[in-house]
Write a protein that binds this ligand. Structure first.
Ligand code: ADP
Ligand code: MG
Length: 245
């Protein structure tokens, strides 16, 4: 599973796998914005390990550090101190290019605001990561069709985001996040803009793809209904984990 994405990138992120160490390993992670009197200690010494295939819900009220933590794990931001390892690769050891390759090939991102490109169709949006990886047309078309079916949107391939409901847009975003068969899915309040029922179905989809694609997922959410579907729940408060069950 997932072997197909490891060909010819030739960077340090290749040919390593998490083994027993965990898909995500975070140690003593610290991220402070600003300095002096106005410093904001967004993440203050967080450590945990997430095994492969686990769906983890990250809860905590607004400002508790969820987004900051997910950005550090997803390689979108660098910590002040501490370590992040994703699928056996230490992020601090990567240059910008290698980090970009790791994000493109091994991590799928899902955001609250969907982040689809408005002028592209659903299928073209899903295909963006495949194009970035220079997958050939046939693979692109096959993978895109399969992913749209996986998220229940087979009949909507030609529609643009503006012609889709919020729930459908988030399904497209999830399909896109899975395009390159990532090891890790990072979702930051993916149901935050959806009504409760639609949010529930999107979370059930995430639950299903974690099983069917063998991916590991970290999902920040407020929603109690969604938290129920997780294998594990961690709660952040003021940049620290105060609960892990
Ligand atoms: P959450 O996602 O749980 O709402 P965040 O990680 O967004 O929490 O924010 C944690 C803290 O860091 C908050 O106090 C927030 O105001 C602050 N913060 C987040 N991003 C920045 C930034 N780019 N610059 C300064 N402070 C920030
Ligand atoms: Mg946030």
């Amino acid at each position: 599973m997932g072997g197909g994405i490891r060909e010819k990138h030739g960077t340090a992120v290749e040919d390593e796998s998490a083994g027993d160490a965990g898909m995500v390993v975070v140690q003593d992670l610290v991220r402070t914005y600003g300095s002096g009197d106005t410093a904001v200690h967004a993440v203050r010494g967080v450590s945990f390990t997430v095994p492969r295939g686990e769906l983890v819900a990250l809860k905590g009220r607004s400002g508790s550090g969820k987004t900051t933590l997910l950005n550090l794990i997803g390689g979108l931001d660098r910590p002040d101190s501490g370590r992040v390892m994703v699928d056996g690769t230490e992020l601090a050891g990567l240059g910008e290019k290698e980090l970009l390759a790791l994000r493109r090939d091994r991590i799928g991102f899902v955001f609250q605001s969907f982040g689809l490109i408005p002028i592209l169709t659903a299928a073209e949006n899903v295909a963006v990561p495949l194009r970035l990886r220079k997958a050939d047309r046939r693979e692109r078309d096959e993978r895109t069709a399969l992913l749209l079916a996986l998220v229940g949107l087979d009949g909507h391939a030609a529609q643009r985001p503006g012609e889709l409901s919020g729930g459908q847009q988030q399904r497209v975003a999830i399909a896109r996040a899975l395009a390159n068969r990532p090891a890790l899915l990072v979702a930051d309040e993916p149901t935050g803009q959806l009504d409760a029922e639609t949010g529930r179905s999107v979370m059930e989809l995430l639950r299903a793809v974690v099983r069917s694609e063998g991916v590991t997922a970290l999902v920040a959410t407020h929603d109690a209904q969604l938290i129920e579907l997780a294998d594990r729940v961690m709660e952040l408060r003021d940049g620290r984990i105060i609960l892990d069950r």
